[in-house]
Design a protein around this ligand. Structure first.
Ligand SMILES: Nc1nc2c(c(=O)[nH]1)N[C@H]1C(S)=C(S)[C@@H](COP(=O)(O)OP(=O)(O)OC[C@H]3O[C@@H](n4cnc5c(=O)[nH]c(N)nc54)[C@H](O)[C@@H]3O)O[C@H]1N2
Ligand SMILES: Nc1nc2c(c(=O)[nH]1)N[C@H]1C(S)=C(S)[C@@H](COP(=O)(O)OP(=O)(O)OC[C@H]3O[C@@H](n4cnc5c(=O)[nH]c(N)nc54)[C@H](O)[C@@H]3O)O[C@H]1N2
Ligand SMILES: [Mo]
Length: 763
């Protein structure tokens, strides 16, 4: 468990983890900067400095390779370890070959030559490149960078690498402690690579498990809420690269791997959206899809407010004035909005930004609308959890007052906009006027929406049985190919399955919810057996080749009509090469993870002359351009943000519940006893916490849960900051995000909420 605290933040999931310990003798390792509630339940706890996970994980991989503890047969069969890479590929002083003046990489030297060496000896095969690269991450070096005591770290390496044997399996759980960094993608990749080296992917009990946050955030991502993907993870068309359907089709459809089916998914989505108007002659209305020409991530959108590019905003179930990075600057940017619509249960800080402490309402002309929304118990619909399980939830109570479900609001809004276009025209009315929107005249029927997401045959309206039935000729419509088949619960559509039978005993509950894709419970499950089709361990026999056919305990993630030899090199069907990437030419900041310091760090980079990720996204020249230099004397302490069990996120809901407010009434920051001694502080004293962005006052909690770490011979102190408070609701307090930097990961643009520099003064 690394960068996750499920005992506090995912307590129901944690229940099963504790059961694993108590009933199956599983060992739990927790790596976290402070001694969390999860750490308290761990067999082995190891502290590390915020922002140093890549080094930490690279070191475990190095340990596995140096001590021959990795799963060689698995690695040869199911990963690209044997692939030979371009002879000019190099890693020098923290930079990969092809670094351009523009600050990006030309990745031509990161490509495969097409040859393979299954003995893994060729000096330029992926395995040897990795081995050389990782050899720099020995225990002493990792300990100096991370502050993890060398003896504890070695124990972690030893215990975790013991899962590299065929009869053992290790499960990796991560959450925001890994992702919220300017090298967050590389952190997660390192964890995935470790799991591949140890042969822990595709097996019951194994895998890389992201604990997702909001109850339906998985569903939101699947359905296209991210700015760069359409439903089902098809890329949003780019104005430059994909001006036409022909260009999109050609550039986004590989020649091998499962994505060869992309045109079927896209055409079916367009049929769902534009109905009878979408025809082969007009490229199924591809021209109606918006094309992106710029970065529309969170911080860029706020920056665009300052330029007058973004004039209005919907904050729909979102409270960025508390939740977004550099919140002081974000509030400043919002003053330029002409209008703002908040769809929420309460009047959040975002809805009330014009009367925030220090703001002058007379000088803010933004027109603010607040639409009261029903909460999850007051409406019906599906939820998709972290395990990709889609399940229907019923309405428990009627919403109070004028509150309405989000679907009701979206439906009325669309109908009103369409009426406006019908009556008064507009610049480009077709995408609105030709939209298929037939979920009911007076009320929008949520089950009809569910059916459209599942997909149906255009001629008959019958639900499609699975995405393998989707076509690219307009004969099928489907809102999201990944969800195809979920509606088809013969007993009880849509997706009300609540039968917890588990005939295999491998926790494959095929009749409890629907796990996309195809109700498959374990992804990449071809890897659960060896190349010849024998389970790695009889107790985890997800499949078995009996000589003539496959014995199955899950929905195969491979073509089970074929014998083992024909599928052994295609265990990762979504990738064109069919084998998992220990070397990933498609990751923007490098094909293998390298340690970089956070953008704001108390120390120099011990590994290279690249202080932080050379591709980190910094909003230079904007109001968000406020970063402290490395080793800053003004801000000597490492700050990190975390969550409390009693409060949820920006506190929109929880700071309006009297009993939760009573349990956790006040904003505070948590520091070690040694720092408290140095600053003359005791619990309950008021402090001023400052960063390059801003400062605030809060009470201090002096706790033995936080301890200084020894990094490159120096004692480094940490300041742990919860971020649930704001100026609205029953309990008010300083906004944690007034202090955080707008610095983003190049692949995802997630902000570096988890590692930055601060100072603390007694007041
Ligand atoms: N009670 C409660 N539950 C929640 C939420 C909530 O606000 N309150 N929010 C929900 C949401 S949306 C999400 S995304 C999840 C988040 O769930 P988590 O990711 O578990 O939440 P955090 O407390 O933000 O961070 C997890 C841990 O990462 C540690 N950490 C900080 N920096 C680093 C680092 O550099 N490396 C490592 N290894 N660890 C680090 C923190 O100390 C913390 O213990 O929780 C969900 N559940
Ligand atoms: N410093 C720091 N900042 C962080 C993080 C961190 O770890 N550290 N974590 C980040 C993460 S992981 C996340 S997910 C974001 C969360 O950031 P936000 O999504 O902005 O935070 P929430 O408080 O979850 O906001 C949800 C709002 O939705 C409302 N709401 C609840 N139910 C419904 C509903 O059914 N319909 C509608 N319309 N509204 C509803 C709530 O009242 C609340 O105001 O914050 C991020 N910010
Ligand atoms: Mo989240």
């Amino acid at each position: 468990m690394i960068g996750a605290n499920p005992a506090s933040n995912h307590p129901i999931a944690f229940r099963w983890i504790t059961k694993g310990r108590e009933q199956k003798g599983s060992k739990l390792i927790v790596a976290d900067p402070w001694f969390t509630q999860s750490a308290a339940m761990a067999d082995l706890y190891v502290p590390l400095r915020p922002g140093t996970d890549t080094a930490f994980l690279n070191g475990i991989m190095n340990y596995a390779i140096q001590n021959n503890l990795f799963h060689r047969e698995y690695v040869v069969a199911y990963t690209n370890a044997s692939y030979i890479v371009h002879p000019d590929f190099k890693i020098e002083d923290g930079l990969f070959s092809g670094f351009l003046e523009s600050g990006k990489y030309d990745t031509s030297t990161w490509q495969y030559t097409g040859e393979k060496d299954p003995t893994l000896q060729h000096p330029n095969c992926v395995f040897q490149i990795l081995k050389r690269h990782l050899s720099r991450y020995d225990i002493k070096t990792v300990s100096e960078i991370t502050g993890a005591p060398a003896d504890v770290y070695e124990e972690v390496c030893k215990l975790y690498c013991s899962t590299g044997k065929p009869d053992r399996v290790g499960n990796a759980i991560y959450c925001m402690g890994l992702t919220q960094h300017t090298h967050g993608t590389q952190n997660v990749r390192a964890l995935a690579m470790l799991q591949l080296l140890l042969g822990n992917v595709g097996l019951p009990g194994g895998g890389v498990n992201a604990e997702r946050g909001e109850s339906n955030v998985q569903g939101a991502c699947d359905i296209g809420v991210l700015f760069h993907v359409l439903p089902g993870y098809n890329p949003v068309p780019s104005a430059k690269a994909h001006p036409t359907w022909a260009a999109y089709r050609e550039k986004t459809t590989p020649s091998t791997g499962y994505w060869v089916n992309r045109p079927k998914f896209l055409v079916s989505m367009l049929k769902a959206w534009y109905g009878e108007h979408a025809t082969g002659e007009n490229d199924f209305c591809y021209d109606f899809l918006p094309k992106t020409a710029a970065d529309h991530s969170h911080v860029s959108t706020f920056q665009d407010m300052t330029k007058g590019v973004v004039k209005g905003m919907f904050a729909w179930g979102q409270n960025p004035v508390v939740g977004g990075p550099s919140a002081v600057q974000a509030r400043e940017a919002m003053k330029n909005l002409e209008w703002l619509v908040c769809v929420d249960l309460f009047e959040t800080e975002t809805a009330a930004f014009w009367k925030a402490p220090g703001a002058d309402p007379a000088k803010i002309a933004t027109e603010v609308f607040l639409l009261p929304a029903a909460c999850s118990y007051e409406k019906e619909g599906s939820i998709t959890n972290s395990g990709r399980w889609i399940q229907w939830r019923w309405q428990a109570v009627e919403p109070p007052g004028e509150a309405r479900s989000d679907l009701w609001i979206a439906d009325r809004l669309f109908k009103a906009i369409r009426k406006e276009y019908q009556e008064n025209g507009g610049v480009f009315p077709d995408p609105i006027l030709k939209m298929k929107w037939d979920y009911g005249e007076a009320e929008c029927d949520v089950v009809k929406v569910a059916l459209e997401i599942n997909g149906y045959e255009v001629a008959t309206g019958a639900p499609v049985q699975s995405f393998t039935k989707l076509a690219d000729d307009g004969s099928t419509a489907c809102g999201d190919w990944l969800y195809s088949g979920y509606y088809n619960d013969v007993h009880n559509p849509p997706c009300k399955r609540r039968d917890n039978v588990d005939p295999s005993g491998l926790a494959c509950f095929h009749r409890w919810a629907f796990s996309w894709p195809a109700n498959r419970r374990i992804l990449y499950n071809r890897c659960s057996v060896d190349p010849s089709g024998r389970p790695w361990h009889p107790e985890r026999a997800l499949f078995r080749w009996n000589g003539t056919g496959w014995v199955k305990n899950d929905v195969p993630d491979f073509n089970a009509k074929l014998p083992p030899v024909e599928t052994a090199d295609k265990a990762f069907i979504m990738l064109p090469e069919g084998q998992a990437r220990l070397f990933a030419p498609g990751v923007k900041d490098g094909p293998v993870p390298e340690h970089y310091e956070p953008v704001e760090s108390p120390v120099g980079n011990r590994m290279s002359g690249q202080q932080h990720n050379p591709l980190a996204v910094l909003w230079k020249g904007s109001i968000f351009d406020k970063y402290a230099p490395a080793e800053s004397a003004d801000f000597p302490y490492v700050a990190t943000t975390f969550r409390l069990p009693e409060h949820y996120q920006t506190g929109g809901v929880t700071r309006n519940q009297p009993y939760l407010v009573e349990l956790a009434p006040e904003m505070f920051v948590m520091i070690s006893k040694t720092l408290a001694e140095k600053l003359g502080l005791k619990s309950g004293d008021w402090v001023r916490v400052a960063t390059a962005r801003s400062e605030f006052k809060a009470k201090v909690a002096v706790s033995s849960l936080v301890r200084p770490l020894t990094v490159q011979g120096r004692k480094i102190e940490m300041v742990c900051i919860p971020w649930h408070w704001g100026f609205q609701g029953l309990a008010t307090g300083a906004i944690g995000n007034d202090l955080t930097p707008a610095a983003g990961d190049p692949n995802t643009r997630i902000p570096e909420y988890k590692a930055f520099l601060c100072n603390v003064h007694k007041v």
